[in-house]
Design a protein around this ligand. Structure first.
Ligand code: NOJ
Length: 579
């Protein structure tokens, strides 16, 4: 009960505010913002930065990024406007899946630093009001984890039932692989165990048996351990697989889900830290999204909007906004305390699996025409800037990211338009070291050999693309992204308000209007390379001023509450509506 009360309070608060705002926009002047007493919902309007310690900044020049290096870079992140960082897995690992194969949930990979270094990061981040989140990868362990080692060696070990076994090879042994083309099976025979074990991902990542209460208890213990160390939330890896009921007879293509695992985790976390959050990685169809948030927000507070993401890439590739509008509409209905996390790129491939073959082909053709750019029969393994090519399109994408209804998440290096290295395997192409300056190894490290090659050749090489150069150039992408991030902070309507898509009269132009506490915004984006004439109905009375937040120009709405405008190719504007 203890945890439900604050939630109910906040739920009521949010819905009351929304209702008042509609009336107030007609009558009274805007009421002052009152974000202080809804601090627990910080994720409604936060900017999250995703960072992999291993490739961010090397402080001791051994070639591997480390916690000290990240701590030294916090002022850079603060200047960018970052509210929270999300750390990719940093625990001890054989590192066969870039840390997503954890060998000790309570430790720190010694290549990245010590416990003290971690504590110092938390302290320094907190002094700058930056929250630190981490990946929670408990769907599986590494096959080198002591639990699995014991489980496969001794049938009587208590850890045996921590994993999912089958005496016979299950009928569906080669169905439902997450990495098709690379992964051959989801059930693999283990000689030591004399049985098959289940693994949704690579064969060195045996799935934990979440049906086992002891495993659930252990997951809570892990979460408590890191909350106590100052972690502010968890990016929960592979949620649909974490909660699937796996057994030798089940069909991996049609799994049953056990949502109460998430509900209990949410409750448990709130008992220990009321503003800590779960940010779910769940690429689900909108028809299935409700239980992931929970009907009343009792499950994930926030989830990546993969559905909108792939339709955004379709809109960027095709210039047409119809499907993106539909995707936003289809994912609109979420509990008042919940929030979407929007992103452009992450550390994986862009997953286009929910587009039709024809739509996906259109995106491939424009952004990943070479087969080396494509991955797992569903996605593109490139960074944003080289993929989009045109600087105007990159800016449009960022403006969209910051004006979509949700919490923006930026992947390290995207703010300077870093490139990809297609010579690296699978998703490693988008995981090259951060480019800080034109010094050796892009200022990432002075070591003769780095953990992964720094991009040094071509237009995206570190001598051309780096933080130092862009800091000094007022027209740089870094400065543009920083400007948009700052502006986003002045627009709390986006995180808190009601939103609706506004008719523009052009299939290439997408307009979103936000309303909150008597304040309104209108964000307009042209996905076509050609200028577009559009007629936007603001549904406001004449005399309303449209204040362009990007250049401070003003214009007035026509008598019918509509206005006509011409947007340049890939142009965008953010308006505040004022009476
Ligand atoms: C999803 C992560 O994003 C991906 O990078 C990883 O390989 C799998 N989960 C397995 O943990």
């Amino acid at each position: 009960m203890k945890h439900i009360l604050p939630l109910l309070f906040v739920t009521l608060l949010v819905s009351c505010q929304t209702k008042t705002s509609e009336n107030e926009s007609k009558k009274t002047p805007p009421v002052p913002l009152a974000t202080d007493f809804i601090e627990e919902l910080w994720y409604k309007n936060a900017l999250v930065y995703s960072v992999d310690v291993e490739v961010f900044k090397d402080s001791n020049n051994d070639g591997v990024g480390d916690f000290k290096g990240l701590t030294q870079s916090l002022d850079y992140l603060k200047t960018l406007g970052v509210d929270a960082i999300w750390l990719a897995p940093f625990q001890p690992t054989p590192n066969k899946d870039d840390g997503y194969d954890v060998a000790d949930f309570y430790g720190i990979d010694q290549r990245l630093g010590t416990n003290q270094d971690f504590d110092e990061l938390i302290k320094q981040a907190s002094q700058r009001s930056i929250r630190v989140m981490m990946d929670l990868v408990t769907n599986h362990t590494s096959d080198q984890h002591p639990w699995f080692k014991q489980a496969r060696q001794q049938k009587n070990s208590p850890y045996r039932s921590w994993y999912v076994w089958s005496k016979e090879r299950p009928k569906k042994w080669d169905t439902g692989m997450v990495f098709p083309g690379v992964q051959k099976a989801v059930w693999t025979y283990d000689k030591q165990a004399g049985e098959y074990y289940y693994h949704r991902f690579y064969d060195f990542q045996p799935d934990l048996n979440m049906q086992n209460p002891a495993v659930q208890r252990e997951m809570r213990k892990i979460v408590k351990y890191w909350l106590d160390k100052g972690i502010a939330g968890f990016r929960v890896d592979a949620v649909p697989f974490l909660i699937e009921v796996a057994n030798p007879d089940f069909d991996p293509d049609k799994p049953e889900h056990q949502f109460d695992i998430i509900t209990q985790l949410h409750q448990y976390i709130q008992w220990h830290k009321r503003d800590a959050i779960l940010l779910g990685e769940a690429n689900v169809d909108p028809k299935e999204q409700e239980p992931f948030f929970g009907k009343d927000g009792e499950n994930m507070q926030t989830m990546f909007n993969f559905f909108a993401n792939q339709h955004l890439f379709y809109a960027l590739a095709s210039g047409e906004t119809k499907l993106l509008r539909k995707a936003l509409h289809d994912t609109k209905d979420i509990p008042p305390t919940a929030q979407w996390a929007h992103f452009l790129r992450n550390h994986d491939e862009i997953d286009l699996g929910r587009l039709s073959d024809e739509e996906r082909d259109k995106v491939y053709k424009r952004f990943g025409p070479d087969s080396t750019m494509q991955l797992y029969d569903r996605g593109i393994r490139r960074r944003l800037a080289p993929m989009l090519g045109d600087r105007r399109l990159v800016e449009l994408a960022y403006s969209m990211l910051f004006s979509l209804p949700g919490m923006p998440v930026i992947r390290y290096g995207e703010e300077i338009g870093m490139g990809d290295d297609l010579k690296l395997e699978e998703r490693l192409s988008v995981r090259t070291p951060m480019q800080w300056s034109s010094a050796t190894n892009g200022g990432f490290s002075n070591a003769p050999k780095t953990v992964r090659p720094v991009i040094s050749q071509g237009p995206y090489g570190y001598t051309s693309i780096n933080v130092a150069a862009q800091r000094a150039d007022s027209a740089s992408l870094l400065n543009k992204v920083t400007q948009l991030a700052r502006l986003r902070k002045q627009c709390p309507e986006i995180g808190w308000g009601n939103w609706e898509l506004v008719d523009t009269g052009s299939q290439h132009v997408l307009a979103i209007r936000y309303d909150w506490q008597g304040r309104s915004l209108l964000m307009v984006h042209n996905f076509s390379p050609e200028p577009q004439q559009c007629q936007i109905s603001t549904q406001l009375k004449a005399q309303t001023q449209l204040v362009n937040l990007l250049d401070n120009s003003q214009r007035q709405v026509g008598k019918d509450g509509a206005y006509t405008t011409q947007l340049p190719g890939y142009g965008y504007t953010w308006y505040r509506l004022q009476k």
